[in-house]
Design a binder for this molecule. Structure first.
Ligand code: XIL
Length: 381
């Protein structure tokens, strides 16, 4: 475990602040080119409608300029929603693959890799209504197993060779106390652990070459202690039981804690490093899967806000990318107008969120320069 003294922590923060102006001239090239130079990949989540051609029948929100931006900047994409049970499984007996297929086809057309997200979002809130109310019949254990394994096998049979990395299980740990959620499926199967284990074993058997990921949003910010501890317990259990899990997906939905960015980073980095040290000591790889920033406690002024968001992102990436187990950095949307954050948690002062790398006119923001600089500064893989 790395022990960081207060002096080192503050020194790190001072270095970050001193590094600020360097971000003003970002390294040349697309984010994927910069990442590739370090043995990394850069990417984003993509919603189906945004990559549809303008005027496509029945589609609202198609934006060719945004699609071009993604194609130019990214080496990997991930469907924002289209692979989730709620979208893919309208009924217990059917799969609605059209939108997910369209994303995969678009990626192939542009020579971009695809990650799979996700095979089991283990919370009742994110199950389709029919699954929460499902009648598992007289042998719930067998029916639960059948439902889950059929779901995973059907998807992997379709995409097994084209998708090399899957978030097999998403957000199974309750942030308030670190315990695992129960769902209709886990009650039928006889517990959350056997349910998650079954998901990973099924995925490994169906796609032996794929990287299998446990993905969650435990972060370095305050009030994440129980969440991080719960994720560590889960990862330890996977190792103890021989569950085939290759990597931890670190969602990275960052939240600023006011304008004193250097001090915030200095305060938060020790616990974060200890967490990542513990995860990597167990032999797990890491992925940054869903980077964006909630600009909390920052003034509405756009220049100040964007600067603080960029500095916070840079600080986070510098610390996190120091772990060479990370090969992929994905954002959760590339432009503010397509970010989920505004709908999920608007700012209390009514000004619109600015959580991503590009503004509404698709102009690069300081956060884009910060990500470029952090990728360029990463140690080569
Ligand atoms: C979000 C999508 O962005 C929204 O469009 C949807 O309404 C809800 O899900 N963690 C995850 C992602 O793992 O799947 C979530 O995506 C964001 C938080």
């Amino acid at each position: 475990m790395t022990h960081i003294t207060r002096r080192e922590a503050l020194g790190g923060a001072a270095a970050l602040i001193a590094a600020g102006p360097a971000i003003a001239t970002p390294p040349a090239g697309s984010l994927e080119q910069i990442a590739k130079g370090r043995g990394l990949r850069f990417g984003t989540a993509v919603a189906w409608h945004t990559i549809q051609p303008e005027g496509a029948k029945g589609v609202k929100g198609g934006n060719p300029a945004y699609a071009r931006l993604i194609a130019d900047q990214c080496g990997v994409i991930v469907p924002e929603n289209e692979m989730k049970w709620q979208w893919l499984r309208p009924t217990p007996t059917s799969f609605a693959f059209e939108r997910f297929d369209a994303i995969v086809a678009w990626a192939a057309q542009h020579g971009i890799a695809v990650r799979g997200h996700n095979l089991l979002w283990h919370q009742p809130k994110w199950f389709p209504a029919w699954l929460n109310a499902y009648d598992f019949g007289t042998d719930p254990h067998a029916e639960g197993e059948r439902l889950l394994t059929t779901h995973i096998r059907t998807i992997l049979a379709r995409y097994g060779t084209r998708i090399r990395s899957y978030d097999v299980v998403n957000e199974a740990v309750r942030p308030s106390d670190g315990a695992l959620y129960d769902t209709s499926l886990s009650r039928a199967i006889g517990g959350a652990e056997p349910t998650l284990d079954l998901a990973f074993h099924t995925a490994r058997a169906a796609a032996p070459q794929a990287q299998l990921v446990y993905n969650d949003y435990m972060s370095w910010e305050p009030h994440n202690e129980a969440h991080r501890a719960g994720v560590l317990r889960l990862l330890e259990g996977f190792r103890r039981r021989g569950t085939p899990v290759d990597a931890l997906g670190i969602q990275s939905h960052l939240i600023t804690q006011g304008s004193a960015i250097g001090a915030t980073i200095a305060r938060q980095q020790g616990a974060w490093r200890r967490f990542l040290d513990a995860v990597t000591a167990m032999g797990y790889d890491l992925i940054i899967t869903e980077l964006d920033v909630r600009d909390n406690g920052l003034p509405a002024d756009i220049v100040l806000r964007d600067r603080a968001v960029a500095d916070y992102t840079r600080g986070y990436l510098d610390i996190t990318l120091a772990y060479r187990q990370i090969r992929d950095v994905l954002c959760w949307g590339l432009a503010d107008r397509y970010s989920w954050i505004e709908g999920f948690e608007p700012r209390s002062d009514g000004s619109r969120r600015r959580p991503t790398l590009y503004d509404d006119a698709l102009r690069p923001k300081p956060m884009r320069a910060a990500v470029a600089a952090a990728l360029a500064a990463a140690a080569p893989r």
